[in-house]
Structure formats: C-alpha cells, structure tokens
Design a binder for this molecule. Sequence first.
Ligand code: SF4
Length: 574
Amino acid sequence: MKILLIYPYSIDKRIQEDDISVVPMGLYYIGALLKENHYDVEILNFYDLDKDSPIIRNILVEKKPNLIGFSILHANRWGGIEIARIARDIFPDVRIVFGGIGATFLWEHLLVHFKEIDFVITGEGEYSFLNLLESLQGKIALNVEDIEGIAFRDGERVKKNEARNHIQDLNKLPNPARYFTYQHLSLTRGCPGCCSFCGSPQFWGRGVRFHSPDYFVDQLDILYKKGVTFFYFSDDTFTLKKKLVIEICQKIIERNLHISWSAISRVNYINEEILLWMRKAGCTQISYGVESGSEKIRNKLNKAIKTDDIKKAFALTVKYGILARAYFIYGCPGENEITIQETIDLIQQIKPLSIIFYILVLFPGTALYEDFKQRLKLDDDIWLNRVEDIPYFETDPDLPGEAVVDFGKKLRFSYYDNIHGFADNISLADKKELYAYHADFYSRLGMTFSHGDYAGIDKIKYKDRTAAGLYQKALDYYPDHRAYLGLGIIQQKCGMYEESASTLKQGVSHYPESEPLNICLGITWMNLGKYDEALSCLLKFQDSKDAVGHIANCYKALGDTQQEMLFMEKLRFI
Ligand code: SF4
C-alpha cells in the first residue's frame, strides 16, 4: 500500500513564506509511526504549488498512491481539496484522509460538502491514522465505525466516532528524526492558556504533555549528525517546566551539539537561570505573544499576562543576549486610537528587537469564532467561500476596515522609527562566560540591519550606522568572525578603506582560513591600489568564483597580461 502524506498549498500568496512553507511536525510523527509499522510512506511538501501546476499531477502519476493523507491547517484547506480532486481524477479508488487542526474543527463541513474526502482524523492523528490503515487492510479486527478519533461518510450520512484520548506518554512515539530531516520540533503538546483567538488548547488540550529530555535531545542529535544546525522549537510554551528545559540545555552542551535555535515562550514562564542555560545551549531568539499594550484588549483576548511580566521578560531575555521577539495583534474587539497608542507606548518600554504584527483573524476551534457564529447567525458553511480566514474587523461594525489598515501602518511605522534606538540601548549581563555569546548576539543583530530583514525596509533609519555600532560592540566582547566581516564591509561601502583594511586584517589574523574575510580584505586592498597585498589574500582561494575575477583584475592593474588572461580563462570554467 503506497501512502503519501501531503502538506498542501495555501490560497493566498505571501511576501514572506516562513509561516506556510514548513511541513507540520505532526506529519513527521505519523510518517515515523507508519514506517515503524512497515508501511511505504512518503511526505511531500506542496506549499509552493497551486492547482494549475502540472507538477502535482506528474508526481501523483509517478507515485501511484493508494491513500493520501493531507495535513490541513486553515490556510491550506482549499489546497488540500483541490489536490484531492486531482488525485481522484487520476486514481478513482484512491482513499483521501484529511487531518490536522483545520480538518478537526470542520470535519462535518468537509465530509458533507466535499465528496472526495473519505475520512477526517480528528485530534491527535498518529494512532487513529495507523488504526485506519490497519482496518482498511483487514490487519485488525476493528471496523471503521469503531476506530476512535475518526469521522467518515456512511452513505449519505456523515459520522464521527468517539474522540481518542490524548497520548499521555509522548516518548512512546517513534523518533521521527530516524526517518526524516527537518528543523522544526517540539518538546510538548498542549497549552495551559485559553486565549480566545487560538485553537491550540481545544486541539491539544490544556493539560500539557512532555517528551523526556533524552527523547528530545536524541532527536536533535540525529538531525545534527545529518547536518542540521539551526532549529525552531515550535512549542506553544517551551519553558513551562524549568527543570526539564535546563536538563535539555545541559544535555545539548554535554553532547557537543553546536546548534542554534529559537523558541516560543510566555512572559511569565522565564527567569534568569533558565535564560542563562538556554543561551549557553544555543538559543538565539525567544518569541512572546504580547498581543496588545492595552490591558483591556488583552483581557478580551483572554491573554492572562501582566504588563509588569511583559516588561520583565523582555529586559531579562535581552540581558542574556537572546533576541526577544514580540507578537502583537491589532484590529481586536474594542480597538481604537487609544488602545493602539497603548501598544505603541508598551513597545517603547520593552524595546523589542523584532516584532510580528498580525491582524486578528477568526478560525474554527476558537472562542472568538464561536462568538462570531452566534453574533451573525452563521454556521461553518461560511468556509464554502474560497478564503483562508475571516478578519475579525469584517464582523464588527465598530471597526471600519480603513481604520484597521491605518492602525497597522501606525504600529509598523512607529516601530521602524524607533528600532535603531532600541538596538543602541541594549544592556547585556556582565558575565565572562557569556562574552562570546554576546558577540554572537550583537553580530547577528548587526547582520539583520546591514544584510538581513531590516536592510530592505526603507523606513528604518541609520541602518549601516546601527549595524556598525553593533559589530563594534560584538568585537569589544570577542573576536567574532561575523562582526569583522560585517564591519569591514560597511567601512568598505562608506569608502573608509584604511579602517576596513584594519578591521579585516584583524579578522584574518583570527581566522586565517576564512574565505569571505580574505576576499573582502583583498577587495579593500584593491580599492587602496595595493594590488600585491590584494593578491596575497585572493590567491589563497584560486578555486573560488568570487576570488578569481578579482585576481584577474589585480593582474590587469599590475600590467601582467599573461596572468590576467589565465585567470579570465579560469573564470569561464568555475
Ligand atoms: S496563544 Fe499561546 S498561550 Fe494562548 S492559548 Fe494559544 S498557544 Fe496558549
């Protein structure tokens, strides 16, 4: 039996695809369980396709699946339906299974309206999916009606079986890293919060379940050995159990895993001890859901966090050289100029070095969605519209759309206006053991201003100046490779060639084998008309495309036509 697990495309195109491009972890868990049970299973990421792409049909024809499982969030619901239709068109007998948070809360709607869907897995999918396969193949004596956690069509009717209990011992799940390679992983399932805009607690439950430190670090270890060095820990709140997280950090250090990672937490679940360990184990960023500067709005969103805790968490996180990212939501019930100003004021106080602003949208499985259905006397058939989500403001006559768009602009522009000041005002813990980490923190942030996300935003002021200041601060702590290079490039860009040469020479003295430092220094020497010095750097990398063109130019400037032609010729074949 050939099984495909597909992560379908979303409907709307994004400028930044980060939040839709990643295969949800759940598919890897299901894939691993099926592999352990000797099924022929493959995971396919179709996030960047659309229904008109011939690739979908070609791949399906090549793979000849007997059953396809789709991982459905809300945004990719239509993607799943459209791919299922293509699959059914090619293979009329293929079984189609939908699962994931988007399918769980809309199981009835999906089965009633979309005949190509045979089964919906509701809730945690691993064992329901396995049992379904076993039942379809007659391997177990369970009929489909008896399998917990599935819904299905029975003639003209649709039925939902008993819910399956949550998996209490997550360590019993086979380690997906043995079979797949990925960067997003999670330590926990569940969230004790009950934010009215979030479906997580209803899907995973409010009681939180944990993997053991060994299970989690084994996973990192296997992936690290496969070459993955950056990870995203996608738990709702990674730091719920401090002792457990510290143990994980200690194991990462003991096992010499040279990795970097980001995590998500809540402002009331961190302290200095945990931050110290997280930083030493490679954590570079923690994201916190702040949602609003207005306590009134946070209460309406059921976000039970205090302003003092928010301030404390942001100050402490940065103190340990971890970038504190804030999530804010606008266009909320009761939003107005005053509440937006309260958010701007809070941002001024907590000085986040990264913010994601979202418009409040409604999804099935959330309290706000239930309230919306009651207020507007609607039902789930609203999702027959080919939309990804429902912006809250469209359901609230007190929130005109133009005003919400203006709120977003005001928040973003105010942030862009101030971010350079936030970066200038960082104060780090004076702990010797953290100096190299502090240098890493400053140089990463410098890179964001000079080459990364902020470099492309016109509204952000003094980017190079801010970056140069951050690189210099990094070097005051430790001879950081990234900082030498970043500072050398900025000085070069500004025509400060003597300064650039001095910075890069120091860099090369620490990292003599570094190709980018040597090439950059070579270019600086060329700008100073010192071609022999330039060649001494560049000739170390005669197989590098970046170096060879510059080498030819050096020989040209020195009047050595023979060598110039030789390297020009070489360039053609690199
Ligand atoms: S938003 Fe975060 S804290 Fe709130 S319920 Fe969802 S996962 Fe939990």
